[in-house]
Design a protein around this ligand. Structure first.
Ligand code: T1G
Ligand code: NAD
Length: 646
């Protein structure tokens, strides 16, 4: 099957690309397009060309699977030049996403038209590289420097409706894209053609522009190098001529393509895509989810209800009493009000999504639910009582899930009729924002129910990862090890703020101690106290010492750090130093790099234990948990990838 076919509509040739799943620019496709230019240039009856793609999207970029292999001609920059230099004008007809090399190809065309709802973008920085086929050189010539800097250094695609006023596309159409493109091409032939983008001037930005951008991007990147290198390419595109700028971009692209960060980001790219469709469930058919229920409308229940409603599902929220129902609904309303206030949602959309959620104290309202997620207090008795109700009320084929963080799901499900429908679905706070979803089957859970958990993950736009049963599953177990290891460094005499600074320098938004102060030291303390009360021998932690004197974090004005009233800035605390002085024996002098590598090493060691116990199915799942649930820097690839033997 040829990936490129040519059809004729009179004087217009239609070049159709068909290279599933996303029309990536593998060698065959590059060759097919190259040959098409030659053939159509040689045909005098052709006056213009429409480039269109079959399947779900326009060209989604270079074929990332070819990155590790030696490059084979025709090379993408040459192909873009070839299309731009064609004797007949080409019109790119865009649907789905024109991304990376796909948008560069479109910029080789004389015109770009997009179906309403399509998007264009240069997401290469998300793969640790820069555009490698003129994205940083042609985009400023097409849409101006500011739009180009935003598009390239953020990597975020732009919807057609916004792309048109930016000049990234020439028209936004609805209806049949192919016929719209042919009409557009015919009309264009009646007017003088605009110059090829490579020959268009680029206006220099006002003084100080580059320095301001560099400062902002450096702050945002937190150690990721591609966005800053992309900015350097864009600057070259403005300050040098086209061919010098192209050479600079290409050299940067080739250098970054073989970088550690690019390897890490490719690892995450493919791990994320594999996560949603685990091979061990290929034969299991997910159950339909049309109506969902949530029991408990607190921090997690409200967030889960929002995530379900955002995905279009009607939701029944069950709470203990009328007052708690109102509180639960107002928790949900607050989320939507916040989204409207931040301009992330229109009031109509917010109202519509809120209207999908009904609150009640009556469990009978769950009688026809396909899925019910429990998010009540983290107490075994309370949870078992809830599942006692659900077992009585819900359909025998309804999926019943618990959002427990630490309790053993087997104990929660004990005695539940039809236990094959029970599963752990562990969301992360805020549940409507955090992308991670740990899926925790019990021995009785049916494969179709596990598959339903993964399908729900895809429906909610989450990264679903299957975890086995142990205390804290994958994420909280590694978090426990990470925190204990950080405390061990404190006991060796390493300063609390030095540890946090080291982890921020490594790429985390926050170090372990700052993060605990934000979330509250008492959550883990209560969990340890619960274990001690149950007779387990749990050692006293430094955190426990602080909580016992009322230092629970920002909410009490002090935890590992001191905080001024109304201010979240952490200040090293002499009170803490005194409180913990007897626990510290040593004056370890570690560099930031040594601190970070030691803590990441501890995480990876716990990850290795989790893998060997079968609690995680593959190392990349652990990386996804850490990146999407615990703020591990994506461009490091996760603890398992970052510590892999090279
Ligand atoms: N190369 C190879 N395979 C790709 C691919 C790509 N660019 N994009 C997607 N796939 C595979 C993916 O692994 C999955 O495979 C299947 O397609 C469906 O993907 C010089 C060098 C287009 C928005 O960064 O953002 O161009 O798991 O599940 O949700 O400047 O895919 O089924 O076996 O994601 O509908 C720049 C990456 C490349 C875009 C569709 N392009 N792709 O989303 O499907 S660098 C990108 C996406 C570049 C030039 C440089 C999304 C999508 P499998 P999917 P989707
Ligand atoms: P929360 O205290 O904010 O909310 C719990 C809600 O459950 C309350 O509104 C309460 O009224 C309701 N409730 C209690 N008993 C009930 C009953 N019998 N029927 C109906 N509603 C009842 O707690 P949370 O932080 O939302 O945690 C809920 C669950 O999610 C816990 O198991 C917790 O471990 C887990 N979890 C919490 C987080 C987090 O960061 N907070 C993250 C992941 C998982």
């Amino acid at each position: 099957m040829s990936v490129v076919t040519i059809a004729r509509e009179g004087e217009i040739a239609v070049v159709a690309v068909n290279n599933p799943p996303v029309n990536a620019l593998g060698q065959m496709l590059r060759q097919g397009l190259w040959d098409a230019v030659g053939a159509l240039d040689a045909d005098p009856s052709v006056r213009a060309v429409v480039l269109i793609c079959e399947g779900r999207t326009f060209i989604a970029g270079a074929d990332v699977t070819e990155f590790g292999k030696p490059p084979v001609p025709p090379h993408l920059p040459d192909l873009v030049d070839c299309i731009e230099g064609a004797a007949k004008p080409w019109v790119a007809a865009i649907h789905g996403s024109a991304l990376g090399g796909g948008f560069e190809i479109a910029m080789g065309c004389r015109f770009r038209i997009a179906l309403d709802g399509a998007s264009v973008g240069l997401p290469e920085v998300g793969l640790g590289i820069v555009p490698g086929a003129s994205g940083t050189v042609r985009t400023p010539r097409l849409a101006g420097v500011e739009a180009a800097v935003e598009l390239v250094t953020s990597g975020k695609p732009v919807k057609a409706a916004k792309a048109a006023p930016l000049g990234l596309v020439d028209a936004v159409v609805t209806g049949d894209l192919r016929s719209e493109a042919i009409s557009f091409a015919r009309a264009a032939l009646e007017r003088p053609l605009p110059p090829p983008i490579s020959r268009r001037p680029v206006e220099a930005p006002e003084p100080g522009f580059w320095e301001r951008q560099e400062k902002a991007i450096w702050k945002r990147a937190r150690g990721e190098i591609a966005p800053l290198r992309a900015l350097a390419c864009l600057r070259k595109a403005v300050e040098a001529d086209f061919s010098d700028a192209m050479a600079f971009e290409r050299a940067t692209f080739l250098e970054l393509r073989s970088s550690e960060q690019a390897a890490a980001l490719r690892h995450v790219f493919f791990a994320e895509r594999a996560a949603g469709r685990p091979s061990h469930l290929a034969a299991a058919e997910p159950l339909p989810i049309r109506l969902a229920g949530v029991v408990g409308g607190g921090t997690m229940g409200a967030g889960i209800a929002v995530a379900l409603s955002d995905a279009g599902l009607p939701v029944v929220l069950v709470e203990r009493d009328g007052e708690a129902v109102e509180k639960g609904l107002s928790n949900i309303r607050n989320v939507y009000d916040g989204a409207v206030k931040r301009g992330r949602m229109t009031p109509d959309t917010a109202a519509e999504r809120l209207s999908r959620v009904t609150g009640t104290t009556d469990y009978a309202a769950l009688a026809d639910a396909d899925l019910v997620i429990e998010a009540v207090f983290e107490e075994i008795g309370v949870k078992r009582a809830v599942f006692g109700e659900l077992g009585r009320i819900c359909r025998p084929d309804a999926v019943l899930a618990t959002n427990t963080s630490y309790l053993d799901p087997r104990l929660i499900a004990e005695g539940l009729p039809n236990p094959e429908r029970f599963i752990g679905l562990h969301f992360f706070s805020p549940a409507n924002v955090m992308k991670l979803l740990e899926i925790v089957p019990v021995p009785e859970t049916a494969p179709a129910v596990v598959a339903t958990g993964f399908a729900l993950g895809r429906m909610l736009g989450k990264i679903p990862v299957q975890a086995g049963i142990c205390e804290g599953f994958i994420g909280n177990r590694i978090l426990k090890r990470y925190r204990a290891s950080a405390e061990a460094l404190v006991r060796q005499g390493v300063a609390i703020d030095a540890i946090d600074a080291a982890m921020r320098a490594y790429g985390f938004a926050m170090g372990p101690f700052e993060a605990q102060d934000l979330g509250g030291l008492d959550i883990a303390f209560l969990q340890r106290e619960g274990a001690r009360a149950a007779g387990q021998d749990v050692a006293e932690t430094l955190g426990d010492i602080l909580v016992r004197v009322g230092r629970k974090g920002q909410k009490t004005g002090g935890g590992w750090y001191d905080y001024a009233a109304g201010d979240r800035t952490p200040h090293p605390s002499t009170a803490v130093a005194e409180l913990l002085s007897s626990q510290i024996n040593g004056k370890a002098d570690l560099s930031a790099k040594e601190i970070a590598e030691s803590l990441v090493g501890e995480m990876a060691e716990e990850g290795a234990a989790i893998l060997s116990e079968g609690v995680a199915r593959q190392a990349s799942d652990i990386d996804l948990v850490e990146i999407h649930g615990y703020g591990f820097p994506r461009w490091r690839g996760g603890p398992m990838f970052a510590t892999r033997s090279k």
